[in-house]
Design a protein around this ligand. Structure first.
Ligand code: GDP
Ligand code: MG
Length: 293
């Protein structure tokens, strides 16, 4: 049997979390086009007859270190590289940005074998572009493999999984065989609410937003969840709530459906929006809101 940790790393928005959910076969990590969708390291566990792969989803590596939140995100991403057996570096098709160079530097410092996963291949219309790109990429690092995939369409993931299994060390399963994540239902609930917010809001609010679960109570088949949505300014609060409360209502409805699916029962969800100025640039507040290693 094989067993070990597999880090999914790369710059923001390349599809790391989509890939994690696909590999595990269940939605564990939230996804959106917005920056900072993934803010935590999240384990997704996949056990098969060949062994157990513990995938570690990470925040995107990015250049900005300005705010405390950005520093936290980079720490969480970088430290994931330290103790893993295999690294899957995800890139966005043949689209190379300066932040990919930053990731390259980081993987050079890691001792684990690296698979380059060229994702979003469904978007590459002219496949002849791919070959010269792969040749150039192969020269950057002694990769264990270069594998074109589409996390969204589920294309070529079996090849990726096979290569990962091959590279994992021999060992006994690390987690119980039926466990699929290391995160609590409470954590997943906060994330689901944040995903619905990210997907319904414009460009400006995502960085300023976090969700704190205040109440999580199971009463038979019903779960009562009360959550605080923290933003940084009054204007953002108005945007989240929306005209006559419609914005918040939609977010609540969408989140409730996902939560009922996750928990397998009825959910009673209450959301409040509150302002805490500068929460994302204050180390202590960040820790109190769960942004701690
Ligand atoms: N077309 C296409 N879009 C994808 C693919 N994988 C992910 N995406 C989209 O890319 C965006 C970012 O995905 P996400 O998994 O959150 O990226 P992350 O920031 O690297 O975790 C989302 O809108 C996904 O639906 C893919 O294979 N093809
Ligand atoms: Mg992500």
């Amino acid at each position: 049997m094989k067993a070990g940790f597999v880090a999914l790393i790369g710059r923001p928005n390349v599809g790391k979390s989509t890939l994690l959910n696909d590999l595990v076969g269940q939605k564990i990590s939230i996804t959106s086009r917005r920056p900072q969708t993934t803010r935590h390291r999240i384990h997704g566990i996949k056990t098969t007859e060949h062994g157990q792969a513990v995938y570690v989803d990470t925040p995107g590596m990015h250049a900005s270190q300005k705010r405390a939140m950005n520093r936290y995100l980079n720490r969480a991403a970088n430290s994931a590289l330290l103790d893993v057996d295999v690294v899957v570096w995800v890139i966005d098709g043949p689209k190379w940005l300066p932040e990919d160079d930053l990731v390259l530097k980081r993987i050079k410092a890691s001792k684990a074998p690296v698979i380059l996963a060229i994702n979003k291949i469904d978007r590459v219309e002219d496949k002849t572009l791919l070959l010269p790109f792969l040749e150039n990429a192969a020269a950057l690092h002694p990769f264990a493999a270069l594998i074109p995939v589409s996390a969204l369409k589920g294309f070529n993931l079996d090849a990726l999984e096979r290569k990962i299994m091959e590279l994992l060390p021999e060992g006994e399963p690390i987690f119980a065989e039926d466990q699929i994540t290391d995160r609590s239902e409470r954590f997943l609930a906060a994330e689901i609410i944040r995903e619905k917010l990210l997907r319904s809001l414009g460009q400006e609010v995502p960085h300023a937003l976090t969700v704190e679960i205040e109440q999580f109570k199971t009463e038979g088949a019903l779960t009562r969840i009360g959550a605080l949505i923290w933003v940084e300014r009054e204007g953002q609060k108005a945007i989240v709530i929306g005209h006559k409360g419609e914005g918040l209502k939609k977010v609540g409805e969408r989140a409730r459906l996902d939560l009922e699916h996750l928990l397998g029962g009825k959910v009673y969800l209450e959301l409040w929006v509150k302002v805490k100025e500068g929460w994302s640039d204050d180390e202590r507040t960040l820790r109190s809101l769960g942004y701690a290693e």
